[in-house]
Design a protein around this ligand. Sequence first.
Ligand code: PLP
Length: 398
Amino acid sequence: MAKKENAFRGYDISTQAVHTGTDYDMETGAVRRPLHMANSFKLPDDLSQVNYSSTDLLMYARNGNPNQHWLEEKIAALHDAQDAIVLASGVGALHALFWTLLQSGDRVVYPNVSYMAVYRMFHELFNRKFGVETVMVDMTDLDAVRAAITPGTKLVHIETPDNPTVGVTDIRAIAELAHQNGALLSVDNTFASPLNQKPLALGADFVVEALTKFINGHGDAQGGAIISNDLETMDRIRYEAQVNVGSVISPFNAWQIFRGSVTFPLRMQRINESTQQIAEWLETRENITFVAYPGLKSNPGHELAKRQMTNGYGGVISFGVNTDDKTVERFCAALKVVTFAVSLGHDESLIFPQPSYDERIMLYPEKFRKGFIRFSVGLEEPKDIIADIDQALRAVGL
Ligand SMILES: Cc1ncc(COP(=O)(O)O)c(C=O)c1O
């Protein structure tokens, strides 16, 4: 598919978030592009050149829709990249990438801490169903990574900061190790977001963003993106995964995310600042056993995060409370400003306990195995969030 030149390349990310992908509506002159819910588009008179498995032509919604394409222009711009593919969810984007790149007999190296669906895909699905060799490794241990990436490895996948321990992985170093062995590197950048981290500039080949989170930012639409400068592989992903597997985004969700993304840099800046403030407060609060946030000087990943996260450290903190699983639940339920729900990157703060019986708990560093909570900071006044956490801890006797 022909890529539209980014007319705002070189402008600040906040200017690009407002202007890329926007234009006048051709028909009415409206300064907002319309929502096109059509499933089907008028075909050319001569059908001899039409490839029904491609995305070159607007013909059927699964081959692409205008709202998807306008959002793709913007997401590519946020990463200073040449191309982006927007799909139905973050997991849909991860799957589309892995499905296209990997085949039986290939080797993939993946992290011991990652989003649940990545763990499921590599721990039990791609290996069992398709005979892909999947090797789990601690990505913070570069010697272990070096040993795991043998010649012939097809793909290394990392997530930084990771979900749910907010650990930091060295993108540049792992890109070098991967490339020395002919492997590709993909990075799930959801926790950092493109305001704070641009993995392509650090050597990654593919970036995945769950648009559902900070980029949409309002908790009301699901979407995911693959971002890359490898145009040939991107076209393969469109053909093999979007059109022929089918996790295309609905035009309405693309329209919602396009609108949410306009304020993304502004919201993310505020979230970076609030999260830093709350993490520093949590470190001083009694009965908090640990605080994991790359912006804290005490964090083992802080110096690395300073190098690769250039505008801030994101909106997720993991912390421990000195109590049992049941009391952690009671604490979460006692919060009034913070919402007790899964997900992250919304306008409202969200909290989600990681119980000690979670099947992956033994993969995390030891301190994460008791009273572990993932906390996504929203747009509320940070002092109100702090007061809320404090009162809820007191309410359960902590
Ligand atoms: C790091 C990360 N990647 C991917 C995803 C998946 O995104 P989605 O829920 O839109 O499929 C999530 C969701 O929480 C996530 O945290």
